[in-house]
Each structure stands twice: as C-alpha cells, then as structure tokens.
Design a protein around this ligand. Sequence first.
Ligand SMILES: Nc1ncnc2c1ncn2[C@@H]1O[C@H](COP(=O)(O)OP(=O)(O)OP(=O)(O)O)[C@@H](O)[C@H]1O
Length: 453
Amino acid sequence: MSQKQRCLLIVEDDVGLQRQLRWSFEDYDVVMAGDRPTALALLRRHEPAVVLQDLGLPPDATGTTEGFATIAEILQDAPHTKIVVVTGNGDRDNAVKSIGCGAYDFCSKPLELEVLRLIVDRAFRVHELEAENRKLRSQSSTVLEGIIGSSEAMLDAYRLIEKVSPSSATVLLLGETGTGKEVFARAVHRLSTRRDGPFVAINCAAIPETLLEAELFGHEKGAYTGAHKQTRGKIELAVNGTLLLDEIGDMPFALQAKLLRFLEERVVERIGGRELIPVDVRIICATHQDLPALISAGRFREDLFYRVSEVTIRLPPLRERAGDIAPLARHFLEQAASRHGRAVHGFTAKALKAIEASPWRGNVRELENAVNSAVIMADGKQIDLEELRLGAAGGDILDLRQVRNDAEKRAIQRALTQAGGNLSHVAGLLGISRPTLYDLLDKHGLKKPADAD
Ligand SMILES: Nc1ncnc2c1ncn2[C@@H]1O[C@H](COP(=O)(O)OP(=O)(O)OP(=O)(O)O)[C@@H](O)[C@H]1O
C-alpha cells in the first residue's frame, strides 16, 4: 500500500473519542478534523483513501445536516474516497441514508473498536483494488474502457489478456452466457498489433449447419444452387485482424476437421474453389460448454481442442465475483440514464442490496437488461426495488436448500473480495471461526487465497 493509500482522515468533534480512535488506528497515518472546513482542507492536502466520519458535527452536533453535507462535499471533491460513517445508537435510518448518499459503510455508537477496525481495513483494501483496476485501465489506455470489475478474478483476467494479446496465440475464452467473453475477445484484439485490422465475429450456434461452412470459408460462383456470385468467408474477411469463433462447442463435427486443417496450414479453400488462399488471421474461440465433456461424448475433436486452447481464460459467473455487481449496476445505470435522457442517479439501499443478492444466472447481460428497463421504468431519481422486477429477471428458485447454499457461497465470495484474501478478516466479516471458514471454502470448492495470513 502506498503512503497516500495508508492515510486515514478521522472527522470527529469529541476530543475523547478522537484520542481513542487515534490510538486504535496508530498503524495508519491518521489526520484528524473536528469540523467540515478542516476535514475538507485535510482531504485536499492528504488525499486520504478512507474517511471515518461522525454524522453529528458542529454546528449541528446533535443533528445530522452537517454530517451529510460533509459526506456530499468529500465525495464531490474526491469521489473514490471510502467514507465509513459513525451513526448514533440504533440510528438505522441515517445509516441507510448515508449509504444512499455514497458512503461506503457505517458503524453505530457505542463503537466496537474491533468491528470498526475490520470495516476500515476492508475499506482500504477495496480502495486499493479499485485503484489498481483504474491503473490497469489507464495503462491499457482505452482498451479496457467500459470493462467493469475489480474482483481478483477480473484482475487475473486483465493481466492474462495483457500478456497474451501481443502474441498471435489462439485464445480460448470460457464462461457462462453473458459473462463478457465477446467483450474480452475485443479487448484482446485492441491490445494486439492487429488493432487496426478488422475484428470479425461469427456465432457457430446461430448459423444452420448447412450454411456455416460457406459463412466461414466462402464460396465460388456456382458452387451450389443459389451461389450467384463469389463470396469471401468470415476467415478471409478477418485477414490481418482477429476472428472470434463464438460458441465453438456447437461447431458441427464434420466441419471441425476443416477448421483444424485451416488452423494448421493457415490457408482457406472456398467451397467450389480450387485455389488455396493464404490468410493471416488471429483466432479467438469462446464457449459456455464443457469441451472435455464434449470430447468424451464424441462431439468435439480432441486435436482441435488442443489447437484452440493455446491460452485459456476463464471468466467466472457474476455470482462468483459479488464485489463487481454493484459497480457494474452503477455503470449500466449511468449508461442507460444518458442513453434514455433520464435523470436517474442511483439505487435505493434496498434495491442495491437485492441486486447484490440476486443470482444473475444470465450474468452481466441479465444485470444490464434489468438495470436498463429499471431506468426506463423509474419514477424518481433513485431506482427502487419494485422497479427492478428481480423476481422476473432472476427466476425464482423455490428449493430452500439451494437458496441457502447459494446465499452462503455468495456471502463468502463477497467477504473474500472485500477482505482481500485475508482469512482472519474474512472469518471476522462472516462472524465465523477460521476452521469453519476452511470447511466452508472446501464445501463450496472455493480457492483459499494464496496470501493466506
Ligand atoms: N466486465 C464487463 N463490464 C462491462 N460490461 C460488460 C462486462 N462483461 C460483459 N458486459 C456486457 O454484458 C453483455 C454480455 O457480454 P458478452 O456478449 O461479452 O457476453 P458473452 O459471454 O460473450 O455472452 P454469450 O456467451 O451469450 O455470447 C454485453 O452487453 C457486454 O457489453
């Protein structure tokens, strides 16, 4: 963590509490303010990653107006700051309102310093991950623009595509429907030396078997009934660029042999043609299917599998990168609001909670569609739970055990993301012991973080 990232601004007017907090966070670089003007001056000078702020500040020390005004000004000046709000005893309404205003988390008085410590540590970790994500994006200029996600899984995927893109290796993108395989395929193209060439995509599942060969390899005039003129196939159209073979698992078995030949010899022969045309094309394949299972079932050629999977990138389903759900939802909200010219600025706390808890079986695409329609339907400035129609979008699951199981797994994944892999913190966040956490990680087949403390 850099020096700037270790800075914690505490905004608290009670001198006794100031002393206690300074002592509790002595391993951070603490700067202390007792009111809004001082807080803003220190914010500009030190650019703290995290602000721990009391809601009752002078001149309204018994109310909350000054506290909310401070949150608003901090976020206006430094929108990436994580604000942890300290609220009065049992004051849930103001806690929820703070989150709605953009605060990161809250803690109620009387302060349990251990809990507060966990929340603040986690805020620093999230801030650090987001900063790393922003850095990766700016390094790759506009290439990763529009790709949202700072979960470990996404950062791994960014690192991998940055490494493989400049080579000409064939990339296999695996992931459920809507996880962003095409988005990543385009990013690989933009990061490669072929970026000025064409990016061509073909969905092998969407084209009837009889037409797929001609679509891919092209045909000569008169090659078959209806072939009125010579037509180049998608492979030729992608020359000097990149060809995405989407849903490669659905490619007809007979055609797989021809594709393999092309991959080995890098020449195409149009249907009805006699000429072998050399082509320079980078191939990316994508599928939601389990290719080894298709191989066992005799539906996919093993030799083709090895040929297309020189580098494999797995995009995890959205339910396994819970920390990405809220940023994605906000991103789609901003996009949809500007596209439809609607003054919708955010989600109510209830709506956001439901979004994070939803299973999103259609992954990012389903989330995008749900937010898009909610923006159109929204009556107020914030999207409320009813406008999201999550039941309809997510498909109700009535099997209680599955619901519990899914919720348990999602909570653990969220805690893993938030605690940055520190297992003591993960256990603390979940309110369980470390041995129980180990059992649960095994039960759900979750990887233990490499940097386990
Ligand atoms: N990380 C992301 N950030 C922003 N938008 C994303 C991200 N991932 C996916 N999307 C959006 O979600 C939608 C689905 O993505 P995409 O088409 O790439 O998924 P896919 O895995 O190729 O789906 P399918 O298997 O159904 O073809 C697109 O509108 C895409 O822009």
